[in-house]
Design a protein around this ligand. Sequence first.
Ligand SMILES: Nc1nc2c(ncn2[C@@H]2O[C@H](COP(=O)(O)OP(=O)(O)OP(=O)(O)O)[C@@H](O)[C@H]2O)c(=O)[nH]1
Ligand SMILES: [Mg+2]
Ligand SMILES: [Zn+2]
Length: 263
Amino acid sequence: MFLDQLFKTRKYYHHDGSRHSHPHTAGDGMDIATRKSGTREIKVVRRVLDVNEKMAEQNRKMFTEKGIFVLNVMSSPGSGKTTTLEKTLVRITPQIKSAVIVGDICTTNDADRLAVSGVPVVQINTDEFGGDCHLAAHVIEKAVGGLDLDDIDLLIVENVGNLVCPAEFDIGEDARVVVLSVTEGEDKPVKYPLMFRECEVALLNKVDLLPYLDYDKDQAVDFIHQVHPDMPIFEISAKTEEGFEPWLEWLVSSGYADFRNFS
Ligand SMILES: Nc1nc2c(ncn2[C@@H]2O[C@H](COP(=O)(O)OP(=O)(O)OP(=O)(O)O)[C@@H](O)[C@H]2O)c(=O)[nH]1
Ligand SMILES: [Mg+2]
Ligand SMILES: [Zn+2]
């Protein structure tokens, strides 16, 4: 019930973006370059990230001007991003005017699922430009061309399923969410720390499966907080919608916080 109240009174506004500026240091570039070898290739990676940073700032400026709050949702393949968003969209529509950009290497499966909610959905297939395993800022810039930005208050980006490099690429978003499911093992936050460091909030998904697993939830939470102290963690089941109220409250109030910072 409280959500109805919030939806009626709160509108999403973009802040100045400074909180989400991710300078790509040599360390960031090195992460990608280790797949290759030699100094020259490392320089190429750095250049790509520099270009991305500029494009992300342009996106952020555009979203700010349009008053759109942008959420970048990331996780390993199959953690439950699409399922979480399907259920979230049902709950926030039509109070919040939303749209989704979803990235996959191949198929329009996720767009088909998300379109059932009735919100505008743009599917990006990265195999058409090299099969990137992340969304970069210039790809988002192209994708928003397919949306009426004057009619959107919340833009959700479902990134390509990958716990590594999507965290390296600023797309001009306001907030980043990582989904971690209980079937992935407790140690993923310490194995893939950048993702957990870069995101503002974590969704621990598939908690309906806990009775069937030897999963140490406290250990998982502890690992997340080792990497990102005080990170808010919402335990949810996208299947049953258990735990959705705190998650939706965060979603709505983070937009409101932006409004307050902005004004
Ligand atoms: N039991 C259970 N299954 C879930 C839950 N959330 C998602 N699933 C299942 O997990 C599988 C993957 O879910 P998706 O939502 O497609 O995951 P995704 O993160 O979007 O996957 P990619 O886009 O391919 O990276 C599907 O079979 C879902 O039905 C959950 O909370 N509980
Ligand atoms: Mg998906
Ligand atoms: Zn990638």
